[in-house]
Ligand binder design. Sequence first.
Ligand code: GTP
Ligand code: MG
Length: 512
Amino acid sequence: MSEKIIFVGPSGAGKTTLRKVFFEGESSTKLLEYALEPTYGEESLIMRLPGLNQDVGIFDLAGQENKRWLDTDEKRIFIGTKLILVVIDISSSYDEIVKFTRKIIDLRDALTPSTFIFVLLHKIDLVSEKKVREIKSVIKSNFSNGSLLNFLFTSLKREYFAQTFSYFIDIMKICLQDILPDEGLLLNMVDESLKIIQQIDSEVIVSKDDLYEKLNRPDKLVNFLIESLVNKGHVEIKNVENKDLLSLTNKGRVIYKKISKDFSPASFDKPESRSITKKLTVEEKAPSFIGALIANKDGISLLNIELFDNALKNFISQSVPNDDTIIPFDLELIPMFISALEKFSLELNIQDLTGFGLKGSNLKMHIFSFDNYTVTIFMNPNINLKAIENKINNYFKNLFEAHKDKFEMGIKTGKLDDLFPLKETGRTWLEELNKSYQNMVFNSEIMDKENAQVLYSKIDDLYDDINKEFSVTLEKVKKLKVDIMKSIIEKDFEELKKISNIAQEIKNRFVT
Ligand SMILES: Nc1nc2c(ncn2[C@@H]2O[C@H](COP(=O)(O)OP(=O)(O)OP(=O)(O)O)[C@@H](O)[C@H]2O)c(=O)[nH]1
Ligand SMILES: [Mg+2]
């Protein structure tokens, strides 16, 4: 299997530089210092991903020949492309940015409608934050940011490098999406479940029968969700002329507007999450493990464990894109959705619930399912969860055993007071979990995406520190960078460890 990515954009925007840095391991400092010649015609390379048994062809089109690519028969080059990366210098005029983007969208729609477009507004190091904000609002008023069109703000300068690198990882993952059928499936299922709420919301009042019909979902799932929503006071049912009519209450309206936008599998970090409104530099970094929600199988919340007061609320609303206003966020909705999905997972053809998450680049959730309870853990999306999964599982298994009576009483009576002390012990456990995770990373026992990014930047520096005479070694360093990218995409943390060791050896030998 092979996929195709095309770089296109005005001359001098930075396409070839980005390509060389992220796909060929060139040093960013070097390329920023010594500009490349403009590209002639089209340059391409193939990236092999052995672990995924996949090739990705990367095509870089000369900006000086855009007429040829966009206005003649040669536009055929775009057909069947998985992803078009439009690179535009962010200091270009608004008009130019909008016009060029529009042109590519039209071309895509006409030639290859299912192709993703990522518009990289590049070289943000050259403009002020104010200018970036202005451009964001220009984009907002000209384009709707959907799953097939995304805007990213990028730069190869030091401060933005790691973030830009992580965008490229995501871009590659999107490109390879088809070969991960399970995760692709999950993606649709969650979206579908949310249509329930969207339907009620958009129709103001809707009859239950209409809802079944429109959603084409299992009645049981729809009923369960409606029932839970009524219990929470978010939806009202009135019986008029023998028909059940549903409408959102005021409380429901406020919350669901938000919620329906925010659910999606985090395992993928869908690109919308990196939408134009996402702040690139001022994001608050999430701790490794932030908190846990414990609920029964009906989705009733029993206990929240948090690293500090309101940690979950804080990070979840932070991870919600486009969050200009603070909207009350109801944490308890999360267990409700999860339990609905879990209950009907067979009918919905969901194989593995653990992939569900909140959209948003700085938070990921993972679901642990026990006999009578569901635990949702919230964490930094860069975590290597596999390395610590058992520890978490054991903690909750023991917790449910040790406090069996209290949990059961809580469910029976609805009084949760007896469970409250567990918040405190839970917090201590979370603190320790974070510490031991950090230690494992620090001692290089494990690698995760975050230290892989750090490693990537370090190897980029290493290249600059090696004497230019050692050309064989320099080539090796370049290859290491490309290998890191591959290993992150393939989630091969063992390989990352090896790369880290090799880089250390090179450093010891060649850098004094
Ligand atoms: N300030 C800044 N300059 C950059 C950045 N990325 C690339 N450049 C510079 O932009 C210039 C043009 O880069 P290229 O990669 O050759 O541009 P291109 O889009 O391939 O141009 P064509 O091949 O003519 O289509 C070079 O001088 C790069 O050093 C960045 O993030 N910040
Ligand atoms: Mg070029």
